[in-house]
Design a protein around this ligand. Structure first.
Ligand code: HMG
Ligand code: MG
Length: 299
């Protein structure tokens, strides 16, 4: 049987943003910076380092500007920051951001709960951001949340997933990451979603952003890898979860993804042993569980 897996995959590390945003006790800025530096030292090139959301909504991300300003970015790496609106975009640019991510959802209820607006309003919000980003030469990544189900509405219409994702690409996002926000998906469902979406958007403009709430994220990742996927979002130690998605647990663990890809001969450029050590470092620092299976092997 012929497999058509990619030769290499770009890992977009989520732990400093998705991984920490839902932690209730304040994680000191210097710990976040140390985490990011240690992640770069593993060979990871792309890290979502913070979000410029409203600090009233997500207090853990209130120090995004300090993080961006204090970090020394290694060459040939990319720092992404999440921006929900023009206020967040302007704050990010003032702090020196060169790449931002905007986020919309395929569920009306989640859109309201997470960003206090309808899906259409969120897309309208992004148009002037894209125009400004174009003028300033800022790269913009997009997210579609709830692609395999919604914590409030349950099943989500795949036509809406396609519509939102295509809208983000059409407005200029170089890539859209598909969020299974609360890990409701299973492999065949994930493939059906990819079948529909890749009719409109090529796989090399898509990323996978699967949360592992029900232990399906790695299986879903594998199911989608044959679609020419450009990148996989993951979090060291399986940290993560959206504060406005009840029941959400962490992203798929980066250690587990890298182990699987290594075994399949798919390059990531990441040193697994160093990565596992970073997972132990951050979980010990913030006093929470390490949810990575491979992390446990390297303990
Ligand atoms: P809103 O309350 O409708 O905003 O929130 P507003 O425009 O009415 O402003 C209210 C106040 O917030 C004002 O301050 C604004 O200045 C301030 P006040 O006058 O009351 O003092 N404000 C801001 N301050 C700093 N930075 C900003 C900003 N915007 C407004 N950017 C808003 C709308 C979108 C801001 C809010 O809903 C929000 O911040 N939402 C983000 C919530 C969040 O952090 N969610 C998690 C990230 S998304 C995620 O995890 C999913 C993902 O991982 C993919 C997946 O898993 O599916 C990406
Ligand atoms: Mg997420």
């Amino acid at each position: 049987m012929a497999y058509t897996y990619p030769k290499s995959v770009r890992i977009v590390e989520m732990s400093p943003r998705d991984g920490l945003q839902n932690i209730k006790t304040n994680v000191p800025t210097e710990v976040k910076i140390e985490l990011i530096n240690k992640l770069y030292d593993t060979g990871i090139k792309d890290i979502e380092i913070a979000s410029f959301v409203s600090p009233k909504w997500t207090p853990q991300m209130a120090d995004a500007a300090e993080i961006l300003q204090q970090l020394k970015q290694p060459e040939n790496t990319s720092h992404v920051v999440l921006t929900p609106n023009m206020r967040g975009f302007d704050r990010a640019i003032e702090s020196g951001a060169k790449e931002v991510a905007i986020f919309a959802a395929a569920s009306e209820t989640f859109s309201q709960k997470n960003t206090n607006c309808t899906i259409d309003e969120s897309l309208e919000r992004f148009v002037p951001i894209m125009e400004k980003a174009n003028k300033l030469g800022i790269r913009v990544r997009g997210y579609t949340s709830c692609v395999l189900g919604c914590p409030y509405e349950g099943d989500v219409d795949v036509a809406v997933v396609v519509k939102v994702t295509k809208a983000l690409i059409d407005m200029g996002c170089y890539e859209v990451s598909l969020g299974d926000t609360v890990g409701l998906g299973t492999p065949v469902k994930a493939r059906l979603m990819m079948d529909a979406i890749t009719k409109e958007v090529p796989g090399n403009k898509l990323g996978l952003h699967f949360h592992d709430t029900r232990g399906q994220a790695l299986a879903n990742t594998l199911a989608c890898l044959e679609y020419g996927i450009a990148s996989i979002d993951s979090s060291v130690a399986g940290l993560g979860g959206c504060p406005y998605a009840p029941g959400a647990s962490g992203n798929v663990s980066t250690e587990d993804v890298v182990y699987m890809l290594d075994g399949m001969g798919i390059e990531t450029g990441i040193n697994l042993e160093k990565l596992a050590a970073v997972g132990h470092y951050i979980t010990e620092k913030i006093g929470c569980c390490n949810n990575s299976k491979i992390g446990a092997v390297y303990k």
